[in-house]
Design a protein around this ligand. Sequence first.
Ligand code: NAP
Length: 250
Amino acid sequence: MPPRVLVLGGTADARALARTLASGEYAQVTSSLAGRVRDPRLPDGQVRVGGFGGVDGLTTYLTEEHITAVVDATHPFAEGITSNASAACRKANVPMLALHRPGWAEQPGDRWHRVASLAAAADILPEFGDHVFLTTGRLGLSHFAHLSQWFLVRTVDEPDPPLPRRSTVILARGPFSVDDERALLRENRIDVLVTKDSGGSMTAAKLEAARELGTPVIVVQRPPVPDVPAVSTVEDAVRWLESARTDHDG
Ligand code: NAP
């Protein structure tokens, strides 16, 4: 029986991994999406959508679907599913790999302020001027709701309230170009950019634009990850799956 791989998805890397696995013959792949985005980019191969029902639900799924390996390729800030997957894989005795792209690296000319959480970002924001470009995603905006600055909020889908009283929402999905990001920062007279350390190229142009314009950036650091094998590229994930398969077959 070919190995059955569950890819926990919602990222470009997860789609790339699903594409590679679906085009080969050695594994059957099912990608899992949380179902938060209204019109998601669908991965190749089989796709299931929606939560599993916590650790127990995921453990049951792994067993019933005869999953032989799990790759957690969720967004580095999707803490809940990563921790659930680690616990469920332990219970179901299924090997798990974390595929999380590297975080962004600060470069000369950057004016970064690293903070541990969205709440910590909100705490220091008043030091930075009146015009904020907030790109931390649809959830968690309540941390900023009490602030009196003007916020340009960019999300893929309509953000969850409460939002800051003075805010303008733009709905857009990357990739974004440096030219467009520079123009956005200029036209809106942005004093400070707030971002998660998501990594990857899809949304990195805003950092280059901020560097060019000397705009400060508040970077929310990644949450801790469970103690599981980890790689940062799709190629390494495929290699790990091949060796896990050898162990399984052997
Ligand atoms: P989260 O807080 O880690 O997870 C909350 C719950 O959502 C999980 O317990 C699980 O429900 C369900 N869930 C999350 N990812 C799932 C998946 N791939 N397949 C099935 N169920 C999933 O997740 P989140 O931060 O809201 O992120 C949700 C999804 O959006 C993730 O798949 C992630 O890759 C993607 N995403 C997140 C961010 C971000 O900044 N957090 C950014 C871009 C994309 P049950 O307990 O019922 O299983």
